[in-house]
Structures are given as structure tokens and as C-alpha cells.
Design a protein around this ligand. Structure first.
Ligand SMILES: *[C@@H]1O[C@H](CO)[C@@H](O)[C@H](O)[C@H]1NC(C)=O
Ligand SMILES: *[C@@H]1O[C@H](CO)[C@@H](O)[C@H](O)[C@H]1NC(C)=O
Length: 374
């Protein structure tokens, strides 16, 4: 009987390995290592102030009406928060707290697809990065124009982050020319630089490529003096700074690296801080997945045969950094993932989400991150 048990155990071990390697051999998906100088197991930057259990102090806004509210833009004149949802709608949330309609959600303009980056221009029009169509402009509610959908003969595949200068020039990212949004995990698993940083000038109708070979070029924010833009490269857990003016014009430098998670959107709060959404925290498992392309290839191959792999996403949140890229505070929770960004309006920090049907918000006066934390 003992022999029989051994035999069974061996079969149970060997069969999945044989099947996996067979599937692996068949699959043509070609995963790449990250750049040579990438340190997979580096320590993350230390953040002076933290709040590690923000879910317990968060309030839900627009529950059941805001499906995957990804990016956020606030119009202080109208007291309206704009957000792009998974159902193709740009929706607004009324943030005038003296109004009867405080926190009321409205369907504002339907753009279709799945709106990601949003930025308000000085004249009140809204620029939208829509991953399937390209860069869109909404001058008045309900009217959507396509501004640009390609540059240097290459069509955008995943228009993602956007910001606009006071004189109307638009900076934006294309996260991947290769994979559409619905397959973004394939871009992550392949780990090749398919992203570009771009600009669009409405005065000349010209689209320019400012940088290419970026690793999932994601959120983007203008610096308050409009001398530079900061943009995130999700795969490398870092943000870079591109200079648009002065003697450094056209050059790129690192802004912050070794982030505690994978950065998504970045927004400036007009109070000296950028807020960076971390879709999920860095974990040992993700370190290994990125270190070894064969693991990524195997995961993709198995996924095709509907072998569901737990996504291992924990510790999402929002990180604030100062204008020089020094970390200031981190608001996170073990149970958070798919956090897309943070926008501070008054005392509240609003958190976007790729998949939840609501916005989370935290009262920063009551629940500020602390230097001593558990
Ligand atoms: C807003 O849009 C959603 C999704 O398309 C729809 O289900 C809902 O009925 C709309 N709400 C209003 C008030 O029109
Ligand atoms: C802007 O440029 C695009 C691409 O070159 C072109 O298709 C479009 O017609 C132009 N729009 C205007 C208003 O000139």
C-alpha cells in the first residue's frame, strides 16, 4: 500500500509539471527581462509618514454610480469633480458642501470606450485620454472631438495619462502601442518598452513624440511652474521628469525610483505635493515574477487555458512626494488594489479605482499619516 501512495503522489506532482511545460513549449508569447540596470530586489524608499489601514477610515462616494472611476480632475469654479468611468461616461460629483446636491453624481458626457486620464484646460474644457480612440476634447457637455490618434505614423494603442498647460498645450502618454487596454497585463508580462511620451499643440494640430521606449508610460502631471512634466513608468516602479523649458529642455532625468508599489496616475495638489496612485504594493512574489521571464511566460500560457492565478495584488494606496521627488506620506491598506490615483480637494483625499464601483475618500484632518505607525 505504501508503494501505491508514493506512486499516486508522484503522478500528482508530475502530471501538472508535464502539462505546464507542454503548454509552455507551445506558447509563442515572448517575455523579456527588464533593463540590465534594474534592481529587482531593491529596498523601497522609506516614507516618513504612513497610514497603513486606510480602508477602515475611508468613506465611499457615489457607490453603485461610479464604475471604476479612474482619473480625477477638480473644477474649483463649478465645485465639480470629474471622473472617467468603465461604462464610457465622464461623470461629475458635486463637491459644493453648502449645496443640497452635495456628493450627487451625474452622467456628464459619454465618450465610449474606457476613459482614463482627465485634465481641465483653463477655459473649462476637458481633455480625455481614451485608450481605444486617442486624445479627446470636450469643449461643452455632450460634444466629443478627436484631437489626435497617432504620431510619426504609429497609432496609439493605450492613451493613458494627460495634462494641459495654461496656454492649452497638451502632454500625454501612450502606455503601449502594442497591447490594447483589455490586454494590458500582457504588456506587463512581456515587459518590453512599448510606451511613448507625447505632446499635442491645438494651435498647430501637431503631435510630437518626446520620448519613446518607456515601460508602460502611465500617469503624467505638469510641474506647478510648467517647466517640466513628471510621468510614471509602472513596470519599473519609478517616475521620470521631462524638461520642457530652459537649458535642460528635452532632457529626462529620474524623479523618484524604488517606489513601494506600481505607480499609476500622478496629480499635483497646488500645495507643494504630487500624489501618486499605487495600483498594488511591491511584494516578493512580484519581484520574482519580474526577475524571471519564464515565470511570466508560464503565467500567460496557463491563463490562456483558463488556469486562474491569484493576482497577488495587495497594499495599494496613494503616495505623496514633494516637488523634488522626496517621499512625504503614504496612505495604503493591505486590502487595497487597483488604486489609480489620489486627488486632494480641501481636507479630503479622493482615491480613484480601476475596478471598484465607488470613490474612496479620507478626511486628512482626522486621519493624517503619522511618523510613528504600526
Ligand atoms: C448613467 O449612466 C449609467 C450607465 O450607462 C446608466 O445606467 C444610468 O441610468 C445613467 N443615469 C442617468 C441618471 O441617466
Ligand atoms: C489634424 O491632423 C490630423 C493628422 O495629421 C488630420 O487628420 C486632421 O484632419 C487635422 N485636423 C485639422 C483641424 O486640421
Amino acid at each position: 500500500m505504501a508503494n501505491f501512495h508514493w506512486y499516486l503522489l508522484l503522478l500528482l506532482l508530475i502530471i501538472p509539471i508535464l502539462i505546464s511545460s507542454f503548454i509552455y513549449q507551445l506558447d509563442t508569447f515572448d517575455a523579456a527581462p527588464l533593463p540590465n540596470d534594474h534592481d529587482y530586489f531593491s529596498e523601497t524608499i522609506s516614507v516618513p509618514k504612513r497610514h497603513n489601514h486606510v480602508l477602515s477610515v475611508s468613506e465611499r462616494v457615489g457607490e453603485g454610480l461610479l464604475f471604476g472611476p479612474e482619473d480625477l480632475a477638480y473644477d474649483a469654479d463649478r465645485g465639480l469633480l470629474f471622473t472617467g468611468c468603465d461604462d464610457g461616461w465622464i461623470k461629475t460629483v458635486n463637491l459644493r458642501d453648502d449645496d443640497d446636491d452635495y456628493l450627487k453624481v451625474e452622467n456628464w458626457t459619454f465618450v465610449g470606450g474606457r476613459p482614463l486620464g482627465l485634465a481641465l484646460a483653463k477655459d473649462g474644457s476637458l481633455v480625455v485620454a481614451e485608450p481605444y480612440q486617442g486624445l479627446l476634447l470636450i469643449r461643452e457637455r455632450g460634444k466629443v472631438e478627436l484631437l489626435t490618434e497617432s504620431a510619426e505614423g504609429l497609432r496609439f494603442g493605450l492613451t493613458d495619462g494627460v495634462d494641459v498647460t495654461l496656454d492649452g498645450k497638451i502632454y500625454f502618454t501612450d502606455a503601449s502601442y502594442k497591447y490594447p487596454l483589455k490586454d494590458y497585463m500582457l504588456d506587463v508580462m512581456e515587459a518590453r518598452p512599448h510606451g511613448r511620451l507625447l505632446s499635442y499643440d491645438p494651435k498647430t494640430n501637431q503631435t510630437l513624440v518626446l520620448a519613446l521606449d518607456l515601460y508602460f508610460a502611465n500617469g503624467l502631471a505638469l510641474s506647478p511652474d510648467e517647466h517640466a512634466i513628471v510621468f510614471c513608468e509602472t513596470l519599473l516602479r519609478q517616475c521620470k521628469k521631462y524638461h520642457i523649458k530652459d537649458e535642460k529642455k528635452g532632457t529626462i532625468e529620474l524623479f523618484i525610483q524604488n517606489l513601494p508599489g506600481f505607480p499609476d496616475n500622478i496629480r499635483y495638489d497646488r500645495e507643494g505635493h504630487y500624489w501618486i496612485g499605487l495600483t498594488a504594493g511591491k511584494t516578493r512574489l512580484w519581484d520574482l515574477i519580474f526577475k524571471y521571464p519564464f515565470i511570466r511566460k508560464l503565467l500567460v500560457a496557463l491563463e490562456k487555458y483558463n488556469v486562474k492565478i491569484p493576482n497577488g495584488m495587495v497594499n495599494g494606496g496613494v503616495l505623496s512626494v514633494d516637488l523634488d521627488g522626496r517621499p512625504v506620506s503614504l496612505y495604503s491598506d493591505k486590502g487595497l488594489y487597483h488604486v489609480t490615483g489620489g486627488l486632494k480637494v480641501g481636507k479630503y483625499l479622493y482615491q480613484g479605482s480601476l475596478t471598484k464601483p465607488y470613490l474612496n475618500r479620507i478626511d486628512l484632518n482626522k486621519h493624517a499619516a503619522q511618523a510613528k505607525y504600526e
